[in-house]
Design a protein around this ligand. Sequence first.
Ligand SMILES: [Ca+2]
Length: 126
Amino acid sequence: MKFRGLKIAAMAVGSVALAGSLATSAQADDLDYTCNDHEVCNYRLTSYTGGIWDTGSDESNYVGWYFSNGYTLNDRTSSLKNNADIYDVAHYTNSSYSGYYLYTSTNSARSSLYSPYENAFSSHQF
Ligand SMILES: [Ca+2]
C-alpha cells in the first residue's frame, strides 16, 4: 500500500485553510469509490462507468492500483472527472508525468477519451 497525503500536506503549508481541507480529503475519502470534491476520478469505461479510481493526490505510477471493479488502473482509463476545486489536472500516458499529456480543467470532465489517451494513462498530476 502506498502512503498518500504527505505531499498534499507539504504543498499546502502556505495556506492554513487549504491544508486542512485537502489533507482531510486525501486521507479520508481517497479510494472510497465516490468522486468527492478535491479529487480526480478515473473510470474504466466511457461515460463514468465500469469501475472508478478516486484520489485527491498526485500519482506518479498507476501500476499496482485498481479500479473499484478489480481491473488494473494502468493503461485502462476511458473517462475521467476533475473535481479538484482549484486545480487543473494533467494525465500522462507514461509513468513519472511523461509521454503524451492531457489537461482537464478544474470542475470539468471527459465522458470519453481518444487516441493517444484512451486506455493509456499511467500517471497524473494536479
Ligand atoms: Ca472519493
